[in-house]
Design a protein around this ligand. Structure first.
Ligand code: HEM
Length: 152
């Protein structure tokens, strides 16, 4: 039983770093050259496929680890009636929104790449992947507040 909490916390923080880092990296470092047509389509498809894989595995990990953490630290009342609880609910809402944006954006990219195009699908995916990156920054801020000792 002593091992469950550290495993859950480590998985949660580990995937938080991996996932938000991946979303930001794709938006900041992979999409700009794709918009210029400077990336090989096959390489881009591989990168986007890996982002989708991390997003989907991450969803399972966040639900399992975050659910365990919420069950350990919160009741329904403290989740809905305290500042920290509201931060956790904000975290869940942001995770949900970012996951949706990544799914739509990466879907547009892979559909276009499958049709032999590059710059057009990159343009179509841009608002979704940039939106996901912006919300990821907000999510990291939310997690940072939760991790700050004694702030609430
Ligand atoms: C289903 C989605 C999620 C649930 C249910 C969830 C739930 C939680 C809970 C209950 C806590 C503990 C709050 C506290 O210490 O009072 C927490 C902390 C945290 N979460 Fe999430 N979370 C989710 C998604 C995410 C995502 C997507 C990230 C990515 C940035 C993330 C990053 C963190 C971090 C860094 C902490 C602080 C760990 C600590 O110092 O204790 N979470 N989360």
């Amino acid at each position: 039983m002593e091992i469950v909490n550290p495993v859950m916390w480590s998985l949660h923080v580990g995937f938080a770093v991996l996932w938000t880092g991946s979303v930001l990296f794709v938006a900041l470092a992979v999409l700009p050259p794709a918009l210029r047509g400077d990336v090989d389509g096959g390489v881009l498809e591989g990168i986007v496929g890996r982002l989708r894989w991390i997003t989907r595995v991450g969803a399972l990990v966040f639900l399992a680890s975050g659910g365990h953490m919420a069950g350990t630290l919160y009741t329904f009342e403290s989740l809905t009636g305290t500042g920290r609880g509201h931060l956790v609910l904000t975290m869940i809402a942001l995770w949900f929104l970012i996951t949706g944006l990544v799914e739509v954006g990466s879907g547009k990219l892979t559909d276009g790449l499958d049709a032999g195009k590059l710059r057009e699908p990159a343009r179509d995916a841009k608002p979704f992947l940039y939106g996901a990156a912006g919300l990821s920054v907000v999510l990291v801020g939310t997690a940072g507040l939760l991790a700050t000792p004694g702030i609430m």
